[in-house]
Write a protein that binds this ligand. Structure first.
Ligand code: SOE
Length: 384
């Protein structure tokens, strides 16, 4: 019999849904010692959280996160609420000895993130940050290919993360669903929301970023606040581009915007090394493109006329996570990245190994984001 692991989910928005779905499904597909139980969910608006609890099958709900943390029947606090709540909740949850799963970005600033790392380390509680794209099988395969030395010494890393949902100047800022446009709640715009994903993937594949030089732009300067109706200046970055030098000496370019007409969630990266390259595009999520360089001077037979990029359809049993899903050729989707992530977290509880990315790892991503924003302000290179 699986051991129950009681979940206390904070937040009921997009991420509240992806996480709840992951807890509900994970044991149907992965063979695990622990089984998440949807014990309680929490948000301030009672009508919303009650409906959420009923829809997802939570046994109970709370309207104050402090009350949720005090409960003895909660093992895990999942922070799926807006960014400006992560720090305070995580500190209290760690103090109460709860395991913590936190949505990205970890915090609003470096200082907050440092305190969060200190809190979970002091309490010795398992923790993870939901950088879910690591669990796209094609991205995990890219990691495997890199770790096998098939890309070799890296020269270039190139990432884009493009969306287009804030182009209209009458999109309000603030309030439910639109808090990502409000710097007081989100911390930053595309840098913390989208580039944080790209940075997490990049550092996972290519090691730490050492320094950055960035520029940001806010195209719509004022917006109406959804809750107060007041028209106030927009203080988030609508777009950000930055150059990076990695510790391994390779050069990186990163671009992100919410103003790329037609791009809904276009998350790509390419890595070019001495022995090969990999390319991934989330709009084609089952494909990993891989180029293998064949040295004409090596003993291996080189068939020059066959040299080219391989499109690997990442759905075979031997591909990461895919032996847990359907049969080769049958694809999985966005929601499965969260299920794969929970499965890894639960496996980590069995083996005692810290699952990545944990708070400490996400702190480095936060440092890069802070450095990017600082560089955009000062117009200078910033060391991480
Ligand atoms: C923003 O639109 C967003 O929802 C991000 O917050 C998520 O992290 C990303 O995966 C999809 O886009």
């Amino acid at each position: 019999m699986a051991k129950p692991l009681n979940i206390g989910m904070i937040g009921y928005g997009f991420m509240g849904r992806t996480h709840s779905n992951a807890y509900a499904k994970v044991n149907h597909f992965f063979d695990l010692e622990y089984k998440p139980v949807l014990k309680a969910c929490c948000a301030r608006k009672e009508d919303k959280i009650k409906a959420f609890a009923e829809n997802w099958g939570y046994e109970s709900y709370e309207t104050d996160w402090r009350r949720l943390i005090e409960r003895d029947d909660i093992d895990v606090i999942d922070i799926g609420s807006p960014n400006n709540t992560h720090h305070e909740i995580a500190l209290a949850a760690a103090k109460a000895g709860k395991m913590i799963l936190c949505e990205k970005p970890l915090a609003m600033t470096n200082t907050e993130a440092e305190e969060m790392v200190e809190a979970v380390e002091k309490a010795g509680v398992p923790n993870m940050v939901w950088y879910n794209y690591r669990r796209v099988p094609a991205i995990s395969l890219a990691k495997q290919i890199v770790d096998e030395g098939r890309v070799g010494k890296t020269f270039h890393y190139r990432a884009t993360y493009l969306q287009d949902w804030t182009i209209a100047s009458d999109v309000p800022q603030g309030g439910a669903a639109l808090w990502r446009l409000d710097a007081k709640v989100a911390g930053s715009g595309v840098t913390g929301d989208l580039l944080a994903h790209s940075i997490d993937t990049a550092e996972w594949l290519n090691g730490p970023i050492a320094r950055v030089s960035a520029a940001t732009e806010t195209f719509v300067k004022e917006r109406k606040h959804a809750e107060t109706g007041e028209v106030t200046p927009v203080t988030i970055d609508d777009a950000c581009m930055f150059l990076a030098i990695f510790e391994n000496g390779s050069m990186g370019t990163f671009e992100s915007t919410r103003y790329a007409r037609g791009r809904k969630n276009y998350n790509t990266f390419e890595m070019n090394g001495e022995k090969g390259s990999v390319f991934f595009d989330l709009e084609d999520p089952h494909i990993l493109q891989y180029f293998k360089y064949a040295d004409p001077n090596s003993d291996a037979k080189v068939e020059d006329h066959l040299t080219g990029w391989q499109r690997i359809h990442v759905t075979n049993f031997e591909h990461p996570y895919m032996d847990k899903w359907w049969v080769p050729g049958c694809t999985i989707g966005y929601e499965h990245t969260f299920i794969n992530a929970v499965a890894d977290f639960l496996k980590g509880l069995e083996t005692g190994e810290a699952v990545q990315p944990d708070f400490k790892c996400a702190l480095h991503t936060q440092k890069v984001c802070d450095a990017v924003l600082k560089s955009a302000r000062t117009k200078e290179w910033v060391e991480i």
